[in-house]
Design a protein around this ligand. Structure first.
Ligand code: FAD
Length: 463
């Protein structure tokens, strides 16, 4: 890299990847006066937090429910800090979710009503009142400790020193899974399953998922609600981009980063397709660590991290169907306040998870969900029409290395199967489909880095 770069090509911080992580970091730094550049390989910003459009229907690539962004909450503070609180509208899910289990349980959880939720559970499981009170008190305290740790204004090293005193539940439950946490308070297996109704959001079953990680959205959803972003998550990504640019930063699209420059001790610049070589004091990487390693060169990459990458396995991925329908959801008897419907499999959750990893999700082997996107945000569909998502977790085994024809056939077969399944709940569904797209494990490649890190769906496993 040349040392004679013009000032236009020098930045305080270069951020690789304009996913929601890179854009948030960019917006925070640009507002603090740093000269920031965010570089993205795709032609739209947002990564998974983006939209695509087909025949007038708008589809959110990934987000089903954004947790807790109620004014006054810690999550909303985060949105304010990023400078986008008055640029996006968060639309509350009046019904947080509906949980239908084995045709013998149909539970509708209302927004921001923890007391009401506990009462519903006590009505179903008389005798568990005290256990549930204790469980939720402790879960709320853990949520507060995790929030305190995440949002503390203390510098990071002081935060670590303060953790045993100020946020000690983060350490107390460090080795506790969600299932183990619930088991401290109740022996009732069905109740534990219902408490973990949203487990598919996290990509790990409660028996593997770290409780401190789970406690934050668990309590945030129940106390502060679940939300859609008006116009889809693209609206949030575009707003973050606006904040960066208005504060003197740059967001460069269609520009894969191809090289990071280092002298072996520190990084000092990078090269990307549209920027050419640029100098940067700091680089933030918001991309896969495998890609980061090849950009920086194996010889400069920390050996410990390389060993962790060698041991990493694929995490569970997902299969999502995006449907544009020629009628409103009321046609199927779905009321306007329905946002998300979890259809729980009667099998034990670890068995379901194993079946999902193997790709054997037929015959009610695995839980899945219906997402009524345009019920919450009518701008996602043309007038009088609707958008619907059908979602399941799915392992990536068998999806890589296929020819184009094989891939298309596999995707079509699974799409047909899931629509058939949804049609049992929404009679006549297939006759109303105007647009049908599907995202497979090839679309959502996710990796699992053992205990503390996973990418994108960011769940922390205690494996
Ligand atoms: C199907 C699905 C459903 C989900 N549902 C929810 C939900 O309901 N609620 C929720 O909170 N979360 C949900 N998530 C998770 C959420 O979408 C992600 O955690 C989040 O969007 C990830 O953001 P990110 O910035 O970390 O990464 P990404 O979105 O992966 O961004 C990384 C960016 O880096 C870019 N990039 C990669 N390599 C390069 C390179 N060499 N040069 C330049 N750019 C590069 C990529 O193109 C991408 O834009 C869901 C995820 C999936 C897959």
């Amino acid at each position: 890299m040349q040392n004679s770069l013009h000032d236009d090509n020098r930045y305080d911080v270069a951020i690789i990847g304009a996913g929601i992580g890179g854009l948030s970091a960019g917006s925070l730094l640009a507002q603090k006066g740093y000269r920031v550049i965010v570089i993205e390989r795709h032609n739209v910003p947002g990564g998974y937090a983006s939209n695509f459009t087909r025949n007038g229907f708008k589809f959110d690539v990934s987000l089903h429910s954004f947790d807790g962004v109620r004014p006054g909450s810690d999550s909303f503070k985060c949105i304010e800090d990023c400078g986008v609180a008055d640029r996006v509208r968060f639309l509350p899910h009046r019904k947080l979710y509906r949980y239908v289990h084995d045709n013998d349980m149909d539970l509708s959880v209302k927004e921001c009503d923890l007391a009401g939720y506990i009462k519903q559970l006590v009505d179903l499981f008389p005798g568990e009142q005290q256990n549930l009170d204790h469980l939720f008190s402790e879960a709320k305290r853990t949520h507060a400790n995790v929030a305190g740790f995440m949002y503390s204004r203390l510098p990071f090293f002081l935060r670590l020193i303060a953790t045993p005193f100020l946020f000690h539940r983060v350490l107390r439950y460090e080795d506790t899974t969600v299932y183990d946490f619930f088991s401290r308070f109740t022996k009732n297996e069905q109740l534990k399953k219902i408490l973990a109704a949203q487990w598919t959001y996290y990509g790990l079953p409660p028996q593997k998922l770290a409780f401190p990680y789970f406690s934050y959205p668990f309590i945030d959803y129940l106390c502060n609600g679940g939300y859609s972003i008006e116009g889809g998550s693209q609206a949030l990504s575009d707003a973050l981009r606006g904040v960066i640019e208005e504060n003197g930063g740059k967001v460069v699209l269609s520009s894969p980063v191809t090289k990071i420059f280092t002298d072996g001790k520190r990084v000092f610049g990078l090269s990307s397709r549209r920027t050419g070589e640029i100098a940067a004091e700091r680089i933030i990487s918001n991309i896969s660590p495998y890609d980061l390693r090849s950009l920086i060169g194996e010889e400069h990459f920390p050996a410990k991290t390389s060993r962790a990458l060698a041991d990493a396995k694929s995490s569970i991925s997902a299969f999502q169907i995006y449907l544009g329908l020629d009628c409103p959801m009321e046609t199927f008897g779905v009321s306007a306040d329905e946002a998300i419907e979890f259809r729980a499999s009667p099998r034990d959750v670890p068995d379901q998870y194993a079946a999902m990893l193997r790709g054997e999700i037929e015959n009610d082997n695995a839980s899945w969900s219906l997402n009524y996107f345009s019920n919450i945000d009518p701008t996602m569909a043309p007038a009088g029409k609707s958008t619907l998502g059908i979602f399941t977790l799915l392992g990536s085994e068998g999806w890589f290395g296929l020819s184009k024809t094989e891939y298309r056939a596999k995707k079509q077969a699974l799409t047909a199967h899931m629509i058939e399944r949804a049609e049992k709940i929404l009679p006549g569904l297939s006759k109303h489909i105007e647009v049908c797209e599907a995202g497979s494990p090839l679309t959502f490649p996710l990796i699992h880095l053992g205990r503390f890190t996973a990418l994108s769906k960011m769940s922390i496993s205690l494996d």
